[in-house]
Design a protein around this ligand. Sequence first.
Ligand code: MN
Length: 283
Amino acid sequence: MQFCRFNVDRLGVVQGDEICDVTDALDTLPDVKWVRSLHDPFVAALDQISAKAQPLLASAPRLRRGDVTLEAPVALPSKIIGAPVNYHAHLDEAQDDHGLHQGAKVHPIDEIGCFLKAGSALVGDRATITLPKDAARVDHEAEVAVIIGKAGRNIAASDAMAYVAGYSLALDMTVRGKQDRSMRKSCDGFAVLGPTLATPDEVADPARIAFSLSVNGEVRQASDTSLLIRSIPELIEMCSAFYSLLPGDVIMTGTPAGVGPVAVGDTIVVTSPELGVLTAHVT
Ligand code: MN
């Protein structure tokens, strides 16, 4: 199923151009007064919620997709993890374009590991990205995101797919500059996620998810996850060797070649045959 969060914390299942409102499937979630764990209760209970949502679909109120406001499918992950330079073709362009890394040596992901983006950067489909003042250049990075479904530490790559709740499209928006990645990639609106959380049964082969990005209709990035330097299971192993992964954690798996600057007025569209269409507007 393709789950979405819409119109302030309502739960939907996307079917074509319609959204079935299955918010009643959330009725067993805790009514949290104080947050004691950053794990996401919705993602942690996804199997049970899927089972409850299924029989609701036939009679669920249906809304037109264009009439609702989508939010990021995870409300507040404990971590938004980014994989730097994780496609060979992007590694090549990063080494050729000094604007990307300011002339600094580009280190392979196996040396520097992953980085974190602030949760406050998270927004959903059709979001507005406001360019920060003083940022000379802000780039789009289209990525496939993995959403973790259960807690784990020191997860072996061979076991990793059992920890995956689903997949989304993502934009890892990035200021190019000398600042640390955690600052350059954490501006408000710089983690665009959606349009849905697609459960694993929606994806024929996670090692071959095709996706592309266009700016104002011009295709700039097109690739698929078979070209990742470190695969999805390898990223889960790498990250969980350093910290626990929790339900709702998001791993943005890296961007392929074709990154480039955006400008005020641009419309960015990321598409995937299996994961849908994710749009953002630059202001
Ligand atoms: Mn990235």
